[in-house]
Design a protein around this ligand. Structure first.
Ligand code: FE2
Length: 249
């Protein structure tokens, strides 16, 4: 199975100059335990190692239907590093298993797991915030709580499993949202597009969008693993290596 590395770039007016050019490795939807292939996860870890990103962000669905499936992948997940840290959220499939156990294992692998919580990341005396919300289908996302520890006016990146939540998030002071969950439709038909997308990924399926009146950037990663059917057709697993630029274009 191939791994596509997609390299979008976003202009973020509130991003501090110290973070100009920050490189983020974003992946999603491992669905471990469902026809997962160690080779794909190993390739993902190798690619992240080669890219030496500043941040590693994982937007949920570590496992498909059994929390324990994550255990044997912990060394690979532990090998993924960003110079400024690594963060994860849970997805609906994680919630359908034992979410606390999934979160604990992700912590063992070195991820800071954000569940309606935030973290500040500092670089050369300036800071940005990362907020991670609970899953929107099986959990209880609380943006006000997630933003609780974030000082006013700080550039804030939102990690949220379901991309369609961007319509809600755009009303809060998030500067951008990154998501997964859609699997890009998993099976894509030429000229028609995604064959099936789950609830929570009906409006925003893959790639970059500008959401709401203030055009909040949203990026939807196509994911790594499979669910329901062990096939991905015209929808290669994706590692996103995004670059954020500060200031106005
Ligand atoms: Fe999902």
């Amino acid at each position: 199975m191939q791994l596509d590395i997609v390299r979008p770039s976003f202009r973020c007016p509130r991003l501090p100059a110290a973070f100009d050019g920050i490189r983020i490795a974003h992946f999603s939807d491992l669905h471990l335990g469902f026809y997962s292939r160690k080779s794909v996860i190993a390739r993902l870890a190798e690619a992240i190692g080669r890219e030496t990103p500043d941040l590693v962000l994982f937007t949920g669905d570590a496992v498909d239907s059994e929390a324990d499936a994550l255990r044997e992948y912990l060394p690979l997940l532990a090998s993924m590093n960003g110079t400024l840290g690594k963060f994860a959220i849970l997805g609906n499939h994680d919630y359908m298993t034992r979410p606390d156990l999934v979160a604990d294992m992700l912590k063992v692998a070195g991820f800071q797991v954000l569940r309606n919580g935030s973290a500040l990341v500092e670089r050369r005396g300036e800071a940005i915030a990362i907020v991670g919300l609970d899953d929107g289908l099986k959990g209880f996302p609380d943006p006000a709580k997630g933003l609780g520890g974030v000082p006013d006016g700080l550039f804030t990146l939102l990690m949220m499993h379901e991309p369609d939540y961007a319509d809600t998030a755009a009303a809060y002071p998030f500067d951008m949202q990154i998501s997964g969950h859609s699997h890009g439709g998993q099976v894509r038909v030429p000229l028609i597009g995604a064959m099936l997308t789950p609830p929570g990924a009906r409006r925003y399926v893959m790639g970059a969008y500008a959401v709401g009146e203030r055009a909040m950037p949203l990026y939807v990663n196509r994911g790594i693993g499979e669910t329901h059917l062990p096939i991905r057709f015209l929808c290669t697993p994706e590692l996103t290596m995004m670059t954020l630029r500060s200031g106005n274009a």
